[in-house]
Design a binder for this molecule. Structure first.
Ligand SMILES: C[S@@+](CC[C@H](N)C(=O)[O-])C[C@H]1O[C@@H](n2cnc3c(N)ncnc32)[C@H](O)[C@@H]1O
Length: 251
């Protein structure tokens, strides 16, 4: 337990309970916005992986964010694309209808849309998206669900899939347990304290994630803040704006 040698998949995050309190769920989404901004590295991912491909495709592209939660990742990507003058479309999907209720209360760029649907339905409809992304979703899944999730998202993508998640580490866990009580008096009451700690314990080590997916997936470990990127970048032969593997240099 002390070093979290195994994923603790018995732990259930409160937000995954469909009966959980909506107000506290919404406050949790608000908290994610800050955490994602500080820890999820989407600026770096945009510059290294996304922007070169959008440029190669004449500035056009379609994005699908699976499990958008509070919608902040897609909002941020949309702003970065707008700044670069790209003409892109964004769709966020989530299994939880309350996530759509939450984002509908906020304003978004006109090219950003949200729906409460299952990625399986998108795959069945044969709609394609150049970039299929997720943020902090993988650790919610059992191993078998993760294998299916990767197959579905790869099936929907035209250019690349980027799953960005928390990485399990004793450092993250104890750091979070230390820092959260200090922040708690200054933030709205939410599930973040419990779910944050659970999500670290449910998340993967690099080797565990790599062992579940086929060789065309790459797992990149970002050491600080500890995150894992699971990417599948299609070769140029699949689509001219696909350029194969990004030569990743860790930050
Ligand atoms: C921890 S939240 C992350 C939300 C958001 N991406 C973020 O980073 O703030 C995980 C979200 O994934 C959604 N989710 C979990 N499993 C999913 C699945 N199989 N398909 C779509 N959404 C899923 C949940 O409903 C939840 O909103």
């Amino acid at each position: 337990m002390l070093w979290f040698k195994q994923r603790d998949i018995k732990l259930r995050e409160i937000m995954d309970d469909e009966k959980c309190d909506s107000l506290l769920l919404f406050n949790t989404y608000e908290f994610f916005r800050i955490v994602n901004m500080l820890t999820a590295n989407w600026g770096w991912i945009y510059r290294k992986i996304i922007r070169p491909r959008l440029r190669a495709n004449g500035g056009h592209g379609r994005f699908l964010d699976v499990g958008f939660g509070g919608g902040d990742v897609i909002d941020r990507l949309a702003l970065m694309c707008k700044k670069d003058g790209f003409e892109v479309e964004f769709l966020g999907i989530d299994l939880d209808k309350r996530a759509v209720e939450f984002v509908n209360k906020k304003s978004h760029l006109s090219n950003v849309h949200f729906l409460a649907i299952d990625a399986r339905d998108i795959l069945k409809s044969n709609e394609k998206y150049d970039f299929v992304i997720s943020n902090s979703v993988l650790h919610h899944l059992q191993d078998s669900e993760l294998i299916e999730f990767c197959a579905i998202t790869k099936g929907i993508a035209r250019c690349c899939v980027i799953h960005n998640d928390v990485a399990r580490s004793a450092f993250s866990y104890y750091f979070f347990r230390l820092i959260f009580p200090l922040l708690a008096p200054f933030i709205k009451k939410s599930f973040a304290g419990v779910d944050g700690a659970y999500s670290i314990r449910r998340s993967f080590y690099r080797e565990e994630l790599a062992s579940l997916v086929s060789k065309d997936w790459k797992v990149i470990k970002v050491f600080f803040p500890p995150r894992l990127l699971l990417t599948n970048e299609f070769p140029a032969s699949t689509n001219p704006n696909c350029q194969g593997e990004t030569k990743t240099k860790l930050k």
